[in-house]
Design a protein. Structure first.
Length: 195
């Protein structure tokens, strides 16, 4: 039993040795660094006197007690509670600002909607007036067209009357010519009778 235990320990030791041999390039520089900085620190602290280390231990214990008294369990220290109060105030201010912004945006949206409605109403009125004007212009153009048609008809009638008058004037000219010829004949007859 003892020999078996020694063999088991030997196997574990061999495994640890193999791991350390494998990690030697990594562990050795780390060990050298640790030794060097510890030697550097120990130059400032005495190695033969324990009073300094005892004093440091007492200071650490007292600080631990003070921290445990000031911050026991779930109770937070004063500076953290003040930080929380400041955070709460900031959150309240942010909520108030958000509310103000929402109210302002609602007011602006309402004003914009009112302006849009006013502009729509004005545009509708202008469109209505423009339609009325267009209607009046169309009626006037129709009246003018009717008058033009009437004038055209009258001009046609006048042209016809002028043509008739011209024909009558031609007939009168012919009759005057005939009368002149008759007068000349009569004058000739009168002259002959006088002779």
């Amino acid at each position: 039993m003892i020999l078996q235990g020694v063999d088991f320990i030997q196997i574990i030791a061999d495994i640890v040795a193999a791991i350390l041999n494998f990690l030697y390039p990594i562990v050795r520089p780390m060990g050298i660094f640790m030794v060097s900085w510890m030697e550097y620190v120990l130059q400032f602290f005495p190695q033969n006197e324990l009073t300094l280390y005892i004093a440091i231990a007492i200071v650490i214990v007292v600080l631990g007690l003070v921290v445990n008294i000031a911050w026991p369990g779930n109770k937070k220290p004063g500076f953290l509670s003040k930080v929380e109060e400041i955070d709460e105030k900031i959150e309240k201010k942010a909520k108030e600002l958000d509310k103000k912004v929402e109210d302002k945006t609602k007011e602006l949206e309402e004003k914009v909607e009112e302006k849009v409605e006013e502009i729509d109403a004005k545009i509708k009125k202008k469109i209505k007036k423009a339609k009325e004007k267009v209607k009046a212009i169309e009626e006037k153009t129709e009246e003018i067209e009717d008058k033009v048609e009437e004038l055209e008809e009258k001009t046609e009638e006048l042209e016809e009357d002028i043509e008739e008058l011209e024909e009558e004037a031609e007939e009168l000219e012919e009759k005057t010519e005939e009368l002149e010829e008759d007068i000349e004949e009569l004058e000739e007859e009168l002259e002959k009778k006088e002779e």
